[in-house]
Write a protein that binds this ligand. Structure first.
Ligand code: ADP
Length: 369
């Protein structure tokens, strides 16, 4: 297995469009790295440059310390799994997995050993004689993975490998890929537009937008300390609430004013906001950190109460989401299913100020978490 280094990697397409700009990343051996971001942000382009399917127009790509910019795809020791898992329809599962090894002239006994070992890892042993047409979507995807694993590459690249599967199967395969990563101890680079997939699979996540890397961090760090408004809004579902607020000072404390509401900022976050007194900032608070009056709890650093009018109620099972209007903005909150708040209710909510994020309105960068 292997580590990768991308230094100032960029891609300018022949029409002049810059699909990826100044991408810098060190990927350690055995990492599970996710590239995530909205469609068109440059995820696949970056992955394809690593695979060698797309020229790198600036910068350097190293695998195991060796520059591979001009190395042919087949010589990079990388296996790629795509969303269209294109198995050979006339071949059995066994032959589908054996084919890349035959091409590399591996001897028959060794091929047989590798295919059986791979089938065991992926729970495909009973399906080795079947043709792809006699397999379910999930089984076909496992065979496609098997074909990649059988090649024993240094690095696995996966481009939205689950996006053609239905929701239930996707969750199942997600867990399998996670187990597979543990078992193989492989370096995996995985592209998805789905932030849930990114959060559950990755050891580190690269969030991209418009060809530019926004933040690289562990899932929990991305969630608790997003570096800018884009990352804060992209990671987390339902998404973080954003409210324009004016920073003020009252009785020696820093406060945020929006509409007729005032919330006092805890001392731990006040210092960073002092230069913003008199200016408008964006306050960010996740739905689970907006607490309805019936659920006020010890141990939460709650703000002053804010009146809200519930406009939408969604029961999710043991929990519910409410969406409502407050003076100066709109707010969503996670509440318990036992909470009596419903559409049309007038309620009070408070923010858990320890979980408050504040962003600069002009630069969109985080000021404080
Ligand atoms: P993602 O995988 O994040 O959806 P891509 O990496 O496929 O995005 O594409 C990044 C950007 O580069 C997009 O805006 C896309 O339209 C553009 N792009 C992709 N291929 C080409 C090409 N051959 N010529 C010009 N622009 C391209």
């Amino acid at each position: 297995m292997a580590g990768l280094t991308l230094e100032h990697v960029g891609k300018k397409y022949p029409n002049g469009y810059e699909g990826v700009k100044d991408f810098n990343l060190d990927i350690a051996d055995k990492e599970f790295i996710i590239f995530v971001g909205p469609s068109g942000c440059g995820k696949s382009t970056t992955l394809r440059m690593i695979a060698g399917l797309e020229d790198i127009t600036s910068g350097t790509l190293k695998i195991d310390g060796k520059v591979v910019n001009d190395v042919e795809p087949k010589d990079r020791d990388i296996a790629m799994v795509f969303q269209n898992y294109a198995l050979y329809p006339h071949m059995t599962v066994y032959d589908n997995m054996a084919f890349p090894l035959k091409l590399r002239k591996v001897d028959a006994a060794e091929i047989d050993r590798i295919v059986h070992e791979t089938a065991r890892i992926l729970d495909l042993e009973k399906l080795l004689d079947r043709k792809p047409s006699a397999l379910s979507g999930g089984q076909r995807q496992r065979v496609a993975m098997g074909r990649a694993i059988a090649r024993q590459p240094k690095v696995f690249l996966m481009d939205e490998p689950l996006s053609n599967l239905d929701a239930k199967l996707r969750v199942q395969m997600r867990a399998e890929i996670s187990k597979l990563h543990d078992r193989l101890g492989a370096t995996i680079i995985y592209v998805t537009h789905d932030q849930t997939e990114a959060m559950t699979l990755g050891t580190r996540i690269v969030v991209m937008k418009d060809g530019v890397m926004q933040q690289v961090d562990t899932p929990s760090k991305l969630y608790s300390e997003p570096c800018n408004l884009f990352v804060a809004g992209f990671i987390g579902s339902p998404q973080m609430n954003f409210i324009d607020a004016t920073v003020g000072e009252a009785a020696g404390k820093i406060v945020l004013n929006f509409g007729g509401n005032t919330v006092t900022v805890p001392d731990s976050k006040a210092e960073a906001l002092k230069p913003y007194v008199g200016k408008v900032v964006v306050a960010g608070i996740r739905p689970e950190d907006v607490v309805e009056e019936n659920e006020y709890a010890e141990g939460r650093n709650l703000s002053e109460a804010i009146d809200a009018a519930v406009t939408v109620y969604e029961l999710l099972g043991s929990e519910a989401m409410i969406y409502g209007d407050v003076d100066g903005g709109a707010i969503s909150a996670h509440i318990s299913a036992a909470n009596p708040a419903r559409t049309g209710s007038r309620i009070k909510v408070a923010f858990d100020m320890d979980k408050l994020h504040v962003f600069d309105k002009d630069t969109e960068l985080a000021i404080v978490h």
